[in-house]
Design a protein around this ligand. Structure first.
Ligand SMILES: C[S@@+](CC[C@H](N)C(=O)[O-])C[C@H]1O[C@@H](n2cnc3c(N)ncnc32)[C@H](O)[C@@H]1O
Length: 198
């Protein structure tokens, strides 16, 4: 009888511990989603098929250094390396859940030539970037447009998914092309030469 009681107590404690871990994981997940939202965009990963269509639109080359600002679980970065053979992929992600997922996926798949930062994109070092990918809400796209115009290299390309750069306000960018791909519109820009008088 005593043994049965002990066993029951142990099972109850195990259930309680599992429940506690589950609650912690849930809290982590929701907190992460909240962080994404307050910093500029929720975590909405695109499907692999869709990523291929979008990246095919922009003529990536093996000399490109591809940045994803708000890289989520890193799937766009991985595709830029494996399907389009860019020289390096760099991701910035603010929320812990997608960042750790990206870290896990890249380690698990042995992805090389990738660098991931858990950091606000607004504080990114973009000195190496030749391509910058943005799938973010308009307010953050606007802030990043100021940053890229100031710190980016001449001819840096910027790909915006769904939310474009306002080129009336950000005259440093030239729209090269745009297209509706399935239900999202993508916009490709190039950074013009910087004015010597600015
Ligand atoms: C719409 S998802 C895009 C995910 C991925 N780039 C894709 O296209 O599949 C936007 C991501 O940006 C991240 N994010 C939002 N604001 C950010 C910021 N200021 N700096 C870095 N990442 C940010 C969110 O956490 C989220 O994972």
């Amino acid at each position: 009888m005593n043994m049965i009681t002990n066993l029951l107590i142990a099972i109850l404690m195990l259930i309680f511990a599992l429940y506690f871990v589950f609650l912690l994981a849930l809290l982590f997940f929701y907190l992460s989603g909240f962080i994404s939202l307050i910093f500029g965009a929720p975590y909405i990963p695109l499907s692999k098929k869709y990523i291929i269509k979008i990246l095919s639109f922009i003529d990536l080359s093996p000399s490109d250094v591809f940045y994803d600002f708000g890289c989520g679980d890193g799937r766009v970065l991985i595709s830029s390396l494996h399907d389009f053979n860019v020289s390096k992929a760099v991701g910035y992600e603010i929320a812990p859940w997608p960042y750790f997922k990206a870290l896990f996926l890249t380690k698990y798949r042995g992805v090389k030539r990738i660098k991931l930062f858990i950091k606000n994109s607004l504080n990114a070092d973009i000195s190496q970037a030749t391509f910058i990918y943005l799938y973010l809400f308009p307010k953050l796209v606007d802030k990043l447009a100021y940053k890229i115009a100031k710190e980016g290299k001449y001819k840096t390309k910027v790909l915006c998914v769904e939310f474009p750069i306002d080129t009336n306000q950000h005259i440093e960018f030239q729209l090269l092309k745009s297209e509706k791909i399935d239900n999202l519109t993508v916009y490709l820009y190039e950074l013009k030469p910087r004015s010597p008088f600015k």
